[in-house]
Ligand binder design. Structure first.
Ligand code: DGL
Length: 269
């Protein structure tokens, strides 16, 4: 059984690349719900229903462990799915916690009370649904005190990336960073709270300035997954890996191939 990696579209490929590099012996089955992307402008109930259906498909295809490589799904659906109970032997994990542990200088699973941390002013860039869920601030409050978070909802960026319009995506990133800086002129750190944004990470960094530490998820999630699989070796086995989409496989394959600069072939989910 491969490890399942889920995203609304192509953003999760940034996480997939990092986990593949970190765990070359593991097979991954990627699922892009391209027919319903973007998720970030949907209502929480809708995001929950779509995420649940996708995760159930990955479980049914033999993945015991599914990673929601999507902050919007992690924010709107993960807790609800976990609280409702998952089938025996199956697990679903999100991408928030590794990021927040890095920001708050914590080791995996350190559940000690919240404490002061080095960064005091943090800019959060995420989809409208992730921002309005306040899930990031909630998880942060469990671990840190005295951190001021200014969230910028980055409308349009995911749509532009899914359409392959990188010029528009880059222009939108610059304008969202400007909007953030009007609210918080000097953030010390910035969190890219959407797995599509690492595809335009250089643009975020340039617009924010070199002095701002940018936290991006792929490498953090890969390190955390490696750690998890070491502790739960039974959650991984042999393939089959691959790429599934609910959208047009040819179109999605072309975009993925151009983002990752290697041949990627999606098939219908
Ligand atoms: N990559 C997803 C995330 O991390 C995207 C969102 C979307 O479909 O709007 O939030």
């Amino acid at each position: 059984m491969a490890v399942g990696i889920f995203d609304s579209g192509l953003g999760g490929l940034t996480v997939l690349e990092a986990v593949r590099a970190r765990l070359p012996e593991v097979d991954f089955l990627y699922y892009a719900d391209s027919a319903h992307a973007p998720y970030g402008v949907r209502e929480p109930d809708d995001i929950h229903a779509l995420t649940k259906a996708a995760v159930e498909t990955l479980w049914a295809r033999g993945c015991d462990l599914v990673i929601l490589a999507c902050n919007t799904a992690s924010a709107a659906a993960l807790r609800r799915m976990q609280e409702a109970g998952v089938p025996k032997g199956k697990r679903v994990l999100g991408v928030f916690v590794p990021l927040i542990e890095a920001l708050t200088e914590r080791q995996w699973g350190d559940n000690s009370p919240p404490r002061e941390v080095a960064v005091k002013h943090v800019a959060l860039f995420a989809t409208p649904a992730t921002v309005s869920s306040r899930a990031f601030q909630r998880e942060l409050a469990f671990r840190a005190i005295g951190v001021d978070v200014e969230a910028q909802s980055c409308g349009g960026v995911v749509d532009a990336i899914e359409e392959g319009d990188m010029i528009l995506a880059e222009a939108l990133v610059r304008s969202h960073v400007d909007a953030l800086k009007r609210k918080m002129p000097a953030p010390e750190a910035a969190v890219l709270g959407c797995t599509h944004y690492p595809l335009v990470q250089d643009v975020f960094q340039a617009a924010l300035g070199e002095g701002v530490q940018v936290f991006s998820q792929p490498a953090l999630v890969a390190a955390s997954l490696a750690d998890y699989l070491e502790r739960h070796p039974g959650m991984v086995g042999d393939g089959p890996g691959g790429y599934l989409t609910t959208g047009d496989p040819r179109r999605v394959s072309d975009r993925a191939t151009s983002f990752l600069r290697r041949e990627i072939s999606f098939v219908p989910a």
